[in-house]
Design a protein around this ligand. Sequence first.
Ligand code: CA
Length: 548
Amino acid sequence: MKKKIISTILIIGMLASLLGGCGGWNEVSLGTETVENVGVSTETDNYKYEQELNIIDDNYRNYYEIFVYSFYDTDGDGIGDINGVTEKLDYIKDMGFNGIWLMPIMPSTTYHKYDVVDYCNIDKQYGTLEDFKNLLKEAHARGIRVTIDFVMNHSSSQNPWFLDACSYLKTLGENEEPDASVCPYVDYYHFSRQGKDGYKIVTGTNWYYEAWFDYIMPDLNWESDALKEEFKKIADFWIDLGVDGFRMDAAMHFEENDVDFNTEVLNWFYNYCLSKNPDFYMVSEVWSDKSTIANYYASLTPSMFNFSVCGAEGPIIKAARSGKSASKFVDAMIDYQNTYSVKNPDFIDAPFLSNHDQVRVANSMPGNTNSLKMAAGLLLTMNGSPFVYYGEEIGMMSTGQKDENKRLPMVWSKTDLNGMTNGPFNSDKEFESVKLGVDEQEQDPDSLLNFYKRALRIRNENPEIARGTVEKINSLCNGSQAAITKTYEGSVIGIVYNTSLEEAISVDLTGTALEGMDIRGYLSTTGAEVTIDEQILDMPAGTICILK
Ligand code: CA
């Protein structure tokens, strides 16, 4: 019922932009015009703080991580494809994302494609290079930058480099050493006559090769100058096509856990990419603790995924789930700022809730949409470039620990199966990852999806959120309540959090850094309104308020 009425309202174009966190339509004020009694008697969307967008065209972006295989299928084979991403660019833009990270798209032997057979092409399951060029064109036309997964720790064992090297090794006599002038590819990998930790045997020989992740993923040798030249050409290929950034897979493994060596490789490669495109972006996977991540910022590359903030034990989910640790969340924000900036003053944090290798965030708070909204609100008020994993915006869950079940089909609709993918071969097809699809959530102003949309909108209205220097307002921080300022190029905003999903708070701004500020926008998990009167900010349970 509610859904139907809201749909009718949506047709009234003037009102469409007002739709957001909460329902109800007794009276909606539109400047001098007033629309009365549209027909819903339950709740009221009193949100009246929509601001002009103020999107700066730099590398601070709102990223959406896409597993192409499970996203959207345009040719009916049940496998998502490049054209499917293109078809959903309007959705992505409409949500407020202005960057996408595509998990690997290059030809590969596996469904996940983290073992690359050919570094300069598109996997046939996903489409063609022409499809990809079209995606780039359409993304750029919408102000969306495209970052692709770049797997240079290892190749596929079916990569011609590896196959050639192994064939060559088979021709060598017992005491004969490999000669790179005969077969250059022997230098691309770590071959050894001794079996050791992390090494696998080259079938039919007495040689071994390094392969920490899997025997089908031989580790590349980053001491090789020939390999570096090879990867310069690969970077040329993608950057010349128009790719805007690389997501560096497994960066702490180039040389197993050798920080100095790996940061040098990252620095060299980033500088090469910058020489091709001064705006080039790079974000690296260093799946480790905060101090190790900080050490990798010494590479002077822009971003490291913030593995310290994600997951069930991270400060976001802890605060969202318990409702109690807003203050600790703010402390964590300041800690990242201090710890990472020491190594790279220009760092752009890359926080996220979960990714394709992790149990989905919704599993931490099953069935609790308001906690999920709060988690989204905390993430999307953090500095840097937040990454949202496809399906998080509708509350999709994963099942068990198997990777395939963390990469289930995006649920566009429960009724219209057009474009629905089958998901990975070994995934659990019976598992219901979410109750409501995108189409249903789009129609419901109270949905998780619309909460994400408003949070991203507020981020796009206020560049201070991503870029501002954070300062904690100690006198307003206690348990479920916390307050900060963010200052960017002389412009100061305040953010006040009430993470409690049970208790409202009244915050007296008098005598604080927020005194005299007005509401600039807010996020409300229940739709209840945030108001301000005479320096008293009234925040219902589960709200985040932006002040300026
Ligand atoms: Ca397909």
